[in-house]
Design a protein around this ligand. Sequence first.
Ligand SMILES: Nc1nc2c(c(=O)[nH]1)N[C@H]1C(S)=C(S)[C@@H](COP(=O)(O)O)O[C@H]1N2
Ligand SMILES: [Mo]
Length: 327
Amino acid sequence: MHLLHDRGFQHPTPSDITPRALYEDRRRWLQFAAAGAALAAGLPAAQAQAQAAGPGKLAKLPGARSAVAGAATMEKLTSYDDVTSYNNFYEFGTDKADPARNATKFKTTPWAVAVEGEVRKPKVYDLAELLKLAPMEERVYRLRCVEGWSMVIPWVGYSLAELIRRVEPTGNAKFVEFVTLADPKQMPYVGSRVLSWPYVEGLRMDEAMHPLTLLTFGLYGEVLPNQNGAPVRLTVPWKYGFKSAKSLVKIRFVEQQPVSSWTKAAQQEYGFYSNVNPKVDHPRWSQATERRIGEGLFAKKRPTLMFNGYEAQVGQLYAGMDLAKHY
Ligand SMILES: Nc1nc2c(c(=O)[nH]1)N[C@H]1C(S)=C(S)[C@@H](COP(=O)(O)O)O[C@H]1N2
Ligand SMILES: [Mo]
């Protein structure tokens, strides 16, 4: 059975009411929201102030405001709590709460990412090198899971293209394959039959080079929590969330289209492209609408946007393609 990629229930969280003007400065808004939540939880004002500075749980990883088009939606952010407690990371379990619960001791140092295949300069990068390879940017992206829910997350990282340029792909590099850690000693579901391990994903070369494709090291101004794919993951905002592979250990440049773990599990349901598309339904459910996590179980669903709202930036990558066929 590979039916576990279901439409998991969302847990309700208090939604904040925000004056429109505060949207102008997202950072101010963030502080406001955090302070509001802390006050609502009955915390003293001083503590509320402290929480307002950020989630404060992990090492800081600030990112400069990104200049990349489409990289800064002004939509209300999903709360840090929701972003870090409602996760898909099947290596750590299939329940939304499993990754946060089961990844607390996940060891992410030392860490290295092997960049290899059809490149002139293959190299094993250790995490410290990757962290200083290019300036960190903050990118506020919508994340749309194929299951029919979505979030808005302030990621920190830089365009994957920065890394790709440095390894100098050859003319044979048509696709990029992403391989993530599969360590049965640390990851209780690796070895289980829910997916084939390691978790593998892939992009076409032009998709991998697109400035929106983010090599991601943090969120909410701090390093990635384990459950979100520490210490380094991919974020591809116009595709369903499963394309954004977590805890990367290998980036391989190849001539043939890679077969991703989800395609292997159910080819009719999860195609190579997996671009967010409200007009192409999943065989078992509609993709026309989505539930925004944090808005509550009974909130009206939102219409799903073509390419998750990034059509202006990425639409031309698929010009002339039949997107129902290349789902
Ligand atoms: N290695 C790995 N990466 C993964 C997954 C996974 O199970 N294993 N799940 C994917 C899915 S289905 C989604 S929706 C996103 C969720 O990312 P988030 O938990 O940071 O929101 O991670 C993706 N990356
Ligand atoms: Mo997902």
